[in-house]
Design a protein around this ligand. Structure first.
Ligand SMILES: *Cc1c(COP(=O)(O)O)cnc(C)c1O
Length: 385
């Protein structure tokens, strides 16, 4: 097929490489080595150290969140936010079926059940229209001020939209609808560091959001994540709970509740500080690649997934929508055979064995996208010098 051949030429030319081309790989240079070495020399490689604090402040400065709490990974960040907000056995959390597994797993860790709702074709993120339809038809706002699922009788505690591939969902509308029903919005912003809607960073529209600093994300700490929030009380509570709920004391161990060891080690934070100092450069390079992909696919049978209106996307992973499942499968095979890594979007979470029993709404858009969306190599172009 011509499309695959031409796409391979385009990608090889962009990366100036005849070798295997990965979907997304990190970029390091002397800054990372310098800070990591300094961290090792200090012996503070573990649960405390200056880089943890510094990286939290850098995350705050970049996102303009009032508080950032770095964690061991993005999944634990979502888990602990939801648990603090009251998600647990006998409750439900609304989310999208078209997401990475972490979104639903983090909900399940609390004991709550996910309810799967459709996404928008324009954002690939949770649809405010679909959420509104679900809330109007299947739930009731009771005298205690909370919203309950009329069928299961469970309270609906939270809603977790995800900003797919870095493209902001219609998060302002989602927050507005959920407010009416007293449902708390927790953003899975794991893929969207650097993405804004109406100039506001993703992750701080709701009560709190989670970022991921995993190896495949735009900025990496090896493994890691962060909670971002504009609510200082919630920020302080989450810092406490993610650091074993220890009351600070020079030598005594006193923990006042069941906390988690979800701290990001200092050595990971050192890597993060170095990476974060280059985020603006990474974003610029990704935007440039996205605009070239967009031009390249303009007159093809593939539709480039562009940033939604009024948004600035980080273009973490570029994506195209192919015409059919058959065309997609052919494209995947041709590209991967030629050592250019492309991959399909996730299988819908509601189809995986542990989630088939969960309630779901109409998922037409999700199902349509599941068959057609392909991610393209999206690493930053600069070399590892
Ligand atoms: C990466 C990612 C996470 C978090 O992943 P961790 O590996 O735990 O940091 C959560 N949700 C989505 C959608 C992601 O892409």
């Amino acid at each position: 097929m011509k499309l695959a051949e031409q796409t391979i030429d385009f990608i090889r030319d962009w990366y100036q490489s005849k070798d295997y081309i990965a979907l997304h790989e990190p970029r390091f240079n002397s800054i990372e080595k310098e800070l990591m070495l300094d961290c090792i020399d200090s012996t503070y490689v573990s649960s405390v150290g200056k880089y943890v604090d510094q990286f939290e402040r850098m995350t705050e400065n970049f996102t303009e969140a009032k508080r950032a709490v770095v964690t061991v990974n993005g999944t634990s960040a979502i888990h602990v936010i939801l648990e603090l907000l009251g998600a647990g056995p006998g409750t439900e959390v609304l989310t999208q079926s078209l997401s990475f597994i972490a979104t639903a797993n983090a909900i399940s860790y609390t004991g709550a059940e996910p309810v799967f709702i459709d996404v928008d074709l324009s954002t690939l993120g949770l649809s405010p229209d679909a959420v509104k339809d679900f809330l109007e038809e299947y739930t009731e706002l009771r005298d205690d001020g909370y919203t309950y699922n009329k069928e299961s009788q469970n309270r609906i505690v939270a809603c977790v939209p995800m900003h797919t591939f870095g493209h902001p969902a219609r998060i302002d509308e989602l927050v507005k609808i959920c407010e009416k029903y007293n449902i708390l919005v927790v953003e899975d912003a794991a893929e969207s560091l650097g993405s804004t809607r109406n100039g506001i960073h993703t992750g701080i529209f709701g009560v709190a959001g989670a970022l991921s600093y995993n190896g495949n994300k735009i900025v990496t700490t090896g493994g890691g994540g962060a909670i971002i929030t504009n609510n200082l009380n919630i920020g302080a509570r989450l810092k406490h709970i993610t650091t074993t709920a220890k009351i600070p004391h020079p030598w005594e161990f006193y923990h006042d509740e069941i906390g988690y060891n979800y701290r990001m080690p200092n050595i990971n934070a050192a890597l993060g500080c170095a990476q974060m100092s280059k985020l603006d450069i990474f974003l610029k390079d990704k935007r440039e690649l996205a605009s070239h992909y967009k031009d390249f696919f303009k007159n093809s049978s593939a539709q480039f997934v562009d940033e939604p209106a009024n948004c600035c996307s980080n273009f973490w992973l570029n994506a195209i929508i192919l015409e059919s499942k058959e065309q997609r499968d052919y494209f995947l095979k041709e590209m991967n055979d030629m050592k250019v890594m492309v991959r399909p979007i996730w299988k819908l979470l509601s189809t995986l064995p542990m989630y088939t029993h969960c309630s779901r709404q109409d998922l037409s858009n999700s199902e349509w996208l599941e068959d057609r969306v392909v991610n393209l190599p999206s690493s930053v172009r600069i070399t590892n010098k």
